[in-house]
Design a binder for this molecule. Structure first.
Ligand SMILES: [Zn+2]
Length: 263
């Protein structure tokens, strides 16, 4: 089906702003295979069924949210504003980016709208956008290189003040990288350190969780216990350290659930 026709059908769903929904696909008629995202500036859709080619991205006019911003300006620290570069495209613009996200268990989080992924054409990276814990605004981005030549493997765009997180659960799992944070997000909210040392400013985000599991690998054992000491006295949050031999991004949801919650 032509792009224009797809657009008119997808627009008719009237997806609310800042929402991702899964729907029965009107193009291939498979159940629950179409993901539609209504961002502030983009309407995008993608069908997960192998036989279906439905996908697209449409730039919208100025949204209500942006209009509200103009008339109702919030005091924002200038250095916290992150301007999304033009080189960030929709993730399915690049097959390698899609394959990487699938191989490391980020795809489910993406398809349910828990993470905003992009593809950076300039740096050939799969990009994870960092949201603000409170306002949901974009505060930065982290890109994973998709070839050996592009270094470093993980690159931080913008400031490093905000941790990457994925999911909205009662418990949280602190992990090393964004892909692991996405992989755990059906079990608990994933929070990625991104190689940075623990920032005491993060306490204000972490105290809302019931339990925080710190899951780092054996090389980072000392770091894991240092962090647990910093968080332990924040609110009523319970802190549990789990030293792992393998990254959580290598596992699927049920395996992660048992690693975290089984004795
Ligand atoms: Zn379809």
């Amino acid at each position: 089906m032509k792009y224009k026709e797809q657009l008119s059908i997808v627009s008719a769903f009237m997806i609310p702003p800042d929402t991702t929904m899964r729907l029965d696909c009107p193009f291939c008629h498979n159940k629950n295979t179409l993901s539609v995202t209504n961002d502030d500036y983009l309407l995008s859709w993608y069908c997960f069924h192998a036989s279906c080619k439905a996908k697209g991205t449409e730039k919208k006019g100025v949204s209500m949210k942006s209009i509200k911003k103009i008339f109702d300006p919030q005091p924002v620290v200038e250095s916290d504003i992150f301007n999304v570069p033009d080189s960030f495209k929709q993730v399915y613009a690049n097959q390698k980016a899609v394959n990487w996200a699938k191989a490391y268990n980020c795809w489910e989080a993406w398809s349910w709208g828990r993470v905003r992924l992009r593809y950076d054409v300039k740096q050939n990276r799969l990009v994870f956008l960092i949201k603000d814990f409170e306002s949901d605004e974009i505060r930065g981005a982290v890109g994973r290189s998709l070839d050996r030549e592009t270094q470093p493997k993980w690159y931080m765009y913008g400031n490093k003040k905000y941790p990457f997180y994925c999911g909205e659960m009662e418990d949280a799992i602190l992990v090393e990288d964004c892909a692991s944070a996405c992989a755990v997000s059906s079990v608990a909210t994933g929070i990625a350190m991104m190689g940075t040392s623990y920032n005491d400013d993060w306490n204000k985000y972490l105290k809302k969780f019931k339990t925080i599991f710190i899951c780092l690998d054996r090389d980072a054992t000392t770091k894991a216990f240092d962090i647990s000491n910093k968080i332990r006295y924040v609110g009523n949050t319970k802190v549990i350290v789990k030293i792992l031999d393998e990254d959580l991004k290598n596992f699927e949801t049920e395996k992660i659930r048992s690693i975290i919650y089984d004795k």
